[in-house]
Design a protein around this ligand. Structure first.
Ligand SMILES: *Cc1c(COP(=O)(O)O)cnc(C)c1O
Length: 315
């Protein structure tokens, strides 16, 4: 299906499985002395507040997957994730709300990965299937995926990042009642970034903060999900704020995030939203955000992950 066809479908009243949702999500001003010092104004697009169990970019990326499942008469959603995956958590919640069966293919051994995220998913009726790392690596390989294919099943890629994610994310742009100079967001697979590129106005810039090490592949992935990104100006991925790699963070980063949250009242976690905010402020301190900029930071959710980090004694 083309993006145009999907855009045309946006008007159909098919959101029900994802209700009740707070759409548009709130936009909150953020105040901080470093912003004043650099003459930059910042707002936070609170996608973390969209839904209590199905938050952030995962709500937006799943929206049209669920529509597709319904339209094609599918009764089962199957997807992939790590043991603390926000996407698995969101997919299980979506399945419960929509009456679709869900299966999560989880990287790791069952006994080594029981935690708050997976307990919630299981409690919402998701079937969990554990696979070793070697197998998990084949999650985009059609030969390996064939074992999960069934007429009743919609296979959703890891993180919900497929071309179907694009229109759901693009919709957030029109929810902001002005045209910011710069959008800032965390990125991992690049699906959310691809959707934002699709939705942004021509003059608007995007700074995506890669939360993982070796993010050189992300730009290609963005262009695979949304080919017009290759001919769209104004977006870049900052690769040097990963702070050690995916799901890693230094004590300094977590301390900064806690101080920032205490000062601004904005809840953040250190894997995505906190790391991206930290990255934005490093860019700001380095003088890479032009004076006078109006910046909208997208809070992509993920606060459910704090429980798992606490369980592991990492916070
Ligand atoms: C999954 C996730 C991301 C990464 O989004 P991509 O589309 O994979 O780049 C960012 N923030 C949060 C909170 C997430 O759960």
């Amino acid at each position: 299906m083309t993006n145009d066809a999907l855009t045309a479908k946006m008007t159909s009243p098919w959101d029900a499985p994802l209700e009740p949702a707070q759409i548009p999500s709130p936009l909150h001003p953020v105040h901080h002395p470093l912003l004043d010092a650099h003459g930059v104004r910042l707002w936070c697009k609170r996608d973390d507040l969209i839904h209590p169990t199905l938050s952030g970019n995962k709500w937006r990326k799943l929206k049209y997957h669920l529509q597709q499942a319904r339209a094609q008469g599918k009764t089962h959603l199957l997807s992939f994730g790590g043991a603390y995956s926000n996407h698995i958590h969101a997919l299980a919640a979506a399945g419960l709300r929509s009456g679709l069966r869900t299966t999560g293919i989880i990287r790791g051994e069952a006994d080594s990965v029981s935690n708050a995220t997976l307990s919630a998913a299981k409690g919402w009726g998701m079937d969990l299937v554990f696979v070793d790392r070697q197998s998990y690596r084949r999650r985009q390989d059609p030969d390996w995926l064939a074992q999960f294919a069934a007429p009743d099943t919609l296979i959703v890629p890891e993180g919900g990042s497929s071309p179907l994610a694009i229109p759901g994310v693009a919709e957030l742009v029109a929810e902001v009642p002005f045209s910011p100079d710069l959008w800032v967001l965390p990125c991992a697979s690049g699906g959310t970034l691809a959707g934002l590129i699709a939705g942004k106005r021509a003059r608007e810039q995007i700074l995506a903060i890669a939360v993982l090490k070796g993010g050189g592949f992300i730009a290609n992935e963005v262009c695979r999900l949304y080919p017009a990104a290759a001919i769209t100006d104004g977006w870049r991925i900052a690769l040097d704020h990963h702070d050690g790699g995916y799901a890693r963070f230094s004590p300094a980063l977590w301390q900064w995030v806690q101080a920032f949250s205490a000062h601004t009242g904005l809840p953040l976690e250190p894997i995505y939203s906190g790391k991206a905010m930290w990255g934005l402020f490093r860019e700001l301190a380095a003088g890479r955000i032009p004076r006078g900029s109006e910046v909208v930071f997208i809070h992509t959710g993920g606060l459910q992950g704090l429980a798992g980090l606490k369980e592991q004694g990492r916070l």
